[in-house]
Design a protein around this ligand. Sequence first.
Ligand code: MN
Length: 256
Amino acid sequence: MYYFASDIHLGAGDEASARSVERRFVAWLDAVSRDAEAIFLVGDIFDFWFEYRRVVPKGFVRTLGKLAELTDRGIRVVFFTGNHDMWVGDYLRRECGVEIYTSPQLLTLCGQRVFVAHGDNMKIDDQPLLRALNATFRSRTLRWAFSWFLHPDLALKFGQWWSGKSRKSHNRADEEARRNGTGGGFDASLTEPLIAYAREYAATHAVDHFVFGHMHFPRDFRDGSLHVVHLGCWEKDPAYAVLNDRGELTLKKLES
Ligand SMILES: [Mn+2]
């Protein structure tokens, strides 16, 4: 069996809620490890991660320990970077044994062609500000400057503030929209650009399933031969996907 989860946003919110999300995630890792050949973590596992050559962020010990235990047992853990944790270095690979991808991948699993991507930086041609921000955050020079000239406490403080700010503004938009009865800020329409991306990609490539994170809205979309699964955000709508030996990919919600 192959499992997929994204947007755990470990470390987000106050200490108590961050800890409860982490416990839940670790319990899930434990549960699926019984029959998992591989576990795919599809981005934004950490709400903020920035790694120096010899310094990593405090916290997350339950998660890191569990990941190390799983890979020691021979279970593959594949980590895709998201927009909140794109700045991983070699620590997770060396210490926890995870494989790291920084770009979308088309994989063959159980005889199925599965396209896996976090989903940020796709279909954003009409959003120049977001494109500029993405380019800035992906800049190697900036990352290098950050890690040589910025004290880790300051870098982490800035990063946590930035991550919290973007999450809060999303949540606020969501609440306002719900109050005004105009639907949620997080709703199915958010997933449309990635479905459009998948449709275009599938026109020129053989793909059986697409798996995306990022949109914080769990959705299992089928249209003819197009199958797109959007994973949920664990703070709000914890969900995961599983690919079984018959090649069927299913979205499952976690009971709260
Ligand atoms: Mn996210």
